[in-house]
Design a protein around this ligand. Structure first.
Ligand SMILES: C[S@@+](CC[C@H](N)C(=O)[O-])C[C@H]1O[C@@H](n2cnc3c(N)ncnc32)[C@H](O)[C@@H]1O
Ligand SMILES: Nc1nc2[nH]cc(C(=O)O)c2c(=O)[nH]1
Ligand code: SF4
Ligand SMILES: [Mg+2]
Length: 214
């Protein structure tokens, strides 16, 4: 049973028992290293980064979304057989994610996060996808911990900008270039040429948008 409660202010230093949830859904991971795997997505409300091409602007205002008890969030997730939980947003690191991760781990989930890395790290993560943004730079602590770096390419100059972050992640970190969705037809061929010349990078397409799943 899902309960909604009045919005409470959270900051990411203090463990919290409830979080603003915009939506949650069971689907396949459409992007990056785990593309094609069943996963339960938990999209938290609140983002202070403001990417002009963001594909989920409705997530930005945390106050628009119901605050749900973490036990209820995780019990809903556990109704599905998959045991990957992807925490996304909004910017999930605006919230303290320690209790959410502990509760997911207790239920046998692997915890994955999609983040811009622009707020300090909380939570215990089996996989961190760092997608850095020009509009609010990622923190060095998140760059060091990331398992994959996924840079959205909006124009030609973004390749050099992607390399700046490739130099800041750890040596095991996977490297992905993902076309900005509205410019994918124009940008994908440039990404393909870049990867042919720089084979340490791989292509990430948002396959869920091509096959019309959430
Ligand atoms: C909506 S964001 C939420 C998580 C976090 N705020 C972040 O930006 O990483 C999830 C992923 O979608 C990517 N994304 C958002 N809008 C996009 C767009 N228009 N085209 C391609 N990727 C996009 C982000 O870069 C990020 O990797
Ligand atoms: N299927 C699917 N895969 C995704 N990978 C990252 C997503 C996100 O919005 O964080 C996302 C999403 O919204 N849907
Ligand atoms: S950081 Fe993520 S959620 Fe926030 S505006 Fe950028 S893409 Fe959207
Ligand atoms: Mg998405």
């Amino acid at each position: 049973m899902i309960k909604t409660m009045p919005i409470t202010t959270t900051n990411n230093n203090t463990p919290t028992t409830a979080l603003p949830v915009m939506e949650s859904f069971y689907t396949i991971q459409g992007e990056g290293y785990h593309q094609g795997r069943a996963a339960y997505f938990i999209r938290l409300g609140g983002c202070d980064v403001g990417c002009h091409w963001c594909d989920v602007k409705d997530s930005w205002d945390a106050a628009k979304h119901p605050v749900i008890n973490i036990t209820d969030i995780v019990n809903e997730a556990a109704q599905h057989p998959g045991r990957i939980a992807v925490i996304t947003g909004g910017e999930p690191l605006m919230h303290n994610l320690d209790t959410l991760c502990k509760t997911l781990h207790k239920q046998g989930f692997r915890t994955h996060m999609e983040t811009s890395g622009s707020s300090s790290l909380s939570g215990q993560w089996d996989w961190i996808t760092l997608s850095p943004k020009k509009f609010k730079a990622p923190l060095p602590e998140v760059c060091k911990q990331a398992h994959e770096l996924k840079v959205v390419i909006f124009n030609k100059t973004d390749f050099a900008w992607a390399e700046k972050y490739a130099a800041q992640v750890n040596k095991h970190c996977k490297l992905y270039l993902q076309p900005e969705w509205s410019k994918a037809a124009e940008i994908t061929p440039l990404i393909i040429d870049y990867i042919k010349d720089n084979p340490q990078w791989e292509l990430s397409l948002q396959i869920h948008k091509y096959i019309n799943v959430p």
